[in-house]
Structure formats: structure tokens, C-alpha cells
Design a protein around this ligand. Structure first.
Ligand code: FAD
Length: 397
């Protein structure tokens, strides 16, 4: 049989894309191939669970637009399907004069992005968050929290209801495009489809190369290490607490995140990973390390980010350093409050010149679309991303 559509990757981007395709073309035959035995096993299932409002992104950019629309669409999807979510709001805290300056720039950006943001002075900050200190802050009431694994399980139910198939434990090992179809193979079988969409996150560059697509980047894994607070401290904060980020870095800084199950996590940091899917600290995948070590872009980015990279590494090795990043705004935290919690791993696309790709990156051929970079907040933005991907494949005819 020839499927109308095949999608590789059962993370939130692949699932949102499948849902949108079946909505636009009811009755289409569609199959999702996922290598793990559960959906959302990688980035989607290891994130902070935040429905971002979109304060960070350049006004008018694709990221800003997708995030704003995605936050609304995610909340609406949760309402329609009875998924628990909470709009708990978020406070960004400025701890020194430089961060006050950056906070002001962020406030201007939020206004251009049409977001409702309240400026807080030190006293207003203390009233809103008695356990947090800072020179000032920004309060965004639209930020929410959700369990993205639950969102994915629900998306999978919608896809199956609409006639889509989901095949788990199928690692794609070969992709061949011909004039009228694409053949995708795993050790368990092969599938032919008129169109293929690849949403493979941490493995996306390998699948592009496997399909014969020319790419100029490579995925470098960055670990996002978390801790969990003891249950007795679950009410330490009323909102999500973030530092003011360094605009030069793609990561948001270690934050306190209220999770939808009532717990509070601390993190994530951003340290070079020793494997794309190696979640345990110091666990190494030599193939992954050898591959990025032989990529010129890796050494260039390492050199360009030596200062921040070294301090992230130091804080990863020494809990006291990690703690200092949070004590800056939450001084009552002690090292014994940092309990173990599973890390996440980001798929960061890096170009040959060492530049980090901050935006979406796609590669398209007549019958394939590869999502080469779907950076944070792609979980928040997944529904409009799915719609944007569907536009591209339907336009391609
Ligand atoms: C630590 C961390 C915190 C984050 N926090 C947030 C947040 O709070 N809010 C937010 O909006 N975003 C957040 N993000 C970003 C967001 O989670 C990701 O951008 C998003 O989940 C990407 O989804 P994806 O479907 O592209 O990738 P993934 O979820 O990684 O899915 C890719 C899938 O492809 C499968 N696959 C790979 N290779 C093959 C193969 N050969 N054959 C078959 N299947 C294959 C994988 O098994 C995987 O299931 C965070 C990310 C990280 C890492």
C-alpha cells in the first residue's frame, strides 16, 4: 500500500503535524513511525512543562508569532480534551544593575509583542513572592504549565480516531525518495508514502543525511539538568520564577518551575552532552561524541562560548555553584533542597561556522520535509508549527 503521508518522530511536533494533516484532508492515509516504545520519550517528555507567553522573541519574528498562537492553541486543546493545565503566571527577576537594564529592554519587547506585562519594583516583587528577592521584576500572567506527555497521548488518540496509524518501536534506518513516493525502512518493515515529514529532534540531522539531503549543520546535544525541591517546599513560590536571561545565550537560565503535579523543579542549566540520548550524568555515547568532535562548527562554537560554557560545566559538577544561581533570587534555598530529577537533552543545531541556530530550520525536497531545528518553545508552539508544516507540504502539491 502507498500511504498519503508518513511522519517520522512521535514527539509533539510530529504528532501536531499528523493531527493537522488529518484535519485538512479527512480520510487521508497516514502513518507515524517512532523508534521508542512510547511517545514523547525525548525532548517533549523531558522539558519544563511551560506554556510560554513569548516575551523573549524578537517582535515580528516567526518564533514570537508561533509562540503567541501556540500558547492559545495549547490551552484551547487542553480545554477541549479535559487535560489539566494551569495559567499560573511567571515572574522574571532582575538581581543586579545589568539585569535591570536587560529587564527594561525585555519590557519594551513585550509591549511590541502585544503582551500584558506588569513592572514590579523590589517591594511589589516581595509582596507577590515573599521568598524571592531582587531589584525589580516583570510579571506575565499568561504563562501556564501542563504535562506535555499527556498532551501527546491525547494527540495520539485524536490521530487514531481520525484514521491515522502509529507504529512504535520502529527505528527508521533507510529513506529513499523516488519520483512518485518515498520508501522508509526499519528493521521491522518498510512503508511507502507519497509525502514524508521528518520530525526526529535529536536525530534529525542523521535522518536528513540518510535521505540524501544536503545540510550545513549538525545537532549538538546540550543537557538541561534539573533538581526537584522537597515536597515541604512545594509552596515556596506562587508563580514560575525566572532570572533575566543573557540575550547572547539561547537558554533562559536556571528557573524555579511549578509543575502540574504540584512539585517544583529547579533548572535547567545548559551543558555540553556526552550523548544525544544519554540522560544519566557522565553516560557517554562514543559515536555521538566522535561525530561532533569531528565537526568544525563544534570547535568554533566551543571557542565562541568558552566563558559561559566553562561556568555552566563548573556549576554542573559542583552543586554549590548550581545553587548560587538560584540563591541569587531565592536566598533561602539550601544545597539539601536540591533533590535528584531526570535531565532533558536539547537538540541544538550548530552551523559549520559555529553559529547556533536560534530559529526553525527546514529542508525540503519534492516529496520530503525535514524539520532540522525545532527549538524551545516548540512544545508551546507545536500546534501552529504543525499547521505551518502542513501548509508547506500541501503547497508543494
Ligand atoms: C530541557 C528542556 C526544557 C524545555 N522546556 C520547554 C518548555 O518548558 N516549554 C516549551 O514550549 N518547550 C520547551 N522545550 C523545547 C521542547 O521540548 C522541544 O522543542 C520540543 O519538544 C521538540 O519536539 P520534537 O517533536 O521536535 O522533538 P522530540 O520530542 O525529541 O521528538 C523526536 C522524536 O523522533 C524520534 N526519532 C528520532 N529518530 C528516529 C528514527 N530513526 N526513527 C523513528 N523515530 C525517531 C524520537 O524517538 C523522538 O520521539 C524544552 C526542551 C528541553 C530539552
Amino acid at each position: 500500500m502507498i500511504y498519503d503521508f508518513c511522519i517520522i518522530g512521535g514527539g509533539i511536533v510530529g504528532l501536531a503535524t499528523a493531527m493537522e494533516i488529518l484535519k485538512r484532508q479527512p480520510g487521508a492515509s497516514l502513518v507515524i513511525l517512532e523508534k521508542e516504545n512510547v511517545l514523547a520519550r525525548h525532548q517533549t517528555g523531558h522539558n519544563s512543562g511551560v506554556i510560554h507567553a513569548g516575551i523573549y522573541y524578537a517582535p515580528g519574528s516567526l518564533k514570537a508569532d508561533l509562540c503567541k498562537r501556540g500558547a492559545e492553541a495549547t490551552k484551547q486543546f487542553c480545554r477541549e480534551h479535559g487535560i489539566k493545565f494551569e495559567v499560573c503566571g511567571k515572574v522574571l527577576v532582575a538581581s543586579n544593575a545589568l539585569e535591570v537594564q536587560r529587564m527594561e529592554a525585555l519590557y519594551q519587547r513585550s509591549q511590541q509583542n502585544g503582551l500584558k506585562v506588569e513592572r514590579l519594583d523590589a517591594e511589589q516583587l516581595r509582596q507577590r513572592e515573599p521568598n524571592i528577592v531582587g531589584l525589580g521584576g516583570l510579571f506575565l500572567d499568561a504563562t501556564g504549565i501542563v504535562d506535555y506527555r499527556e498532551v501527546c497521548e491525547t494527540m495520539a488518540r485524536v490521530i487514531r480516531r481520525d484514521g491515522g496509524e502509529i507504529c512504535l518501536s520502529q527505528t527508521v534506518t533507510a529513506i529513499q525518495e523516488s519520483a512518485d513516493s518515498v520508501t522508509v525502512s526499519s528493521h521491522g518493515g518498510s512503508w511507502r508514502a507519497k509525502k514524508l515529514v521528518v520530525c526526529a529532534g535529536l536525530q534529525s540531522d542523521r535522518l536528513a543525511v540518510m535521505a540524501g539531503v544536503q545540510i550545513e549543520h549538525q545537532i549538538i546535544p546540550f543537557r538541561g539538568e534539573y533538581f526537584r525541591l522537597p515536597a515541604a517546599k512545594n509552596n515556596l513560590v506562587n508563580h514560575l520564577i525566572y532570572p533575566i536571561p543573557d540575550p547572547e545565550l539561547p537558554f533562559l537560565g536556571v528557573h524555579l518551575t511549578r509543575m502540574i503535579d504540584g512539585s517544583v523543579t529547579v533548572g535547567p542549566n545548559a551543558v555540553l552532552g556526552l550523548g544525544r540520548e544519554n540522560y544519566r550524568k557522565f553516560s557517554i555515547n562514543w559515536r555521538d561524541v566522535t561525530q561532533y568532535a569531528s565537526f568544525p562548527g563544534f570547535w568554533k562554537t566551543l571557542w565562541q562560548n568558552l566563558g559561559s560554557g566553562t561556568s555552566e560545566m563548573k556549576n554542573s559538577l559542583f552543586k554549590s555553584g548550581y545553587l548560587e544561581q538560584c540563591r541569587k533570587y531565592c536566598p533561602s534555598l539550601e544545597v539539601t533542597d536540591l533533590l535528584p530529577y531526570e535531565a532533558g537533552i536539547r537538540a541544538q543545531a550548530v552551523m559549520r561556522d559555529g553559529s547556533l541556530v536560534h530559529d526553525f530550520l527546514f529542508a525540503q525536497t519534492p516529496r520530503m520535509l525535514h524539520v532540522c531545528n525545532a527549538p524551545s518553545p516548540a512544545a508551546t508552539s507545536a500546534i501552529p508549527i504543525g499547521s505551518m508544516i502542513a501548509d508547506r507540504i500541501f503547497q508543494a502539491g
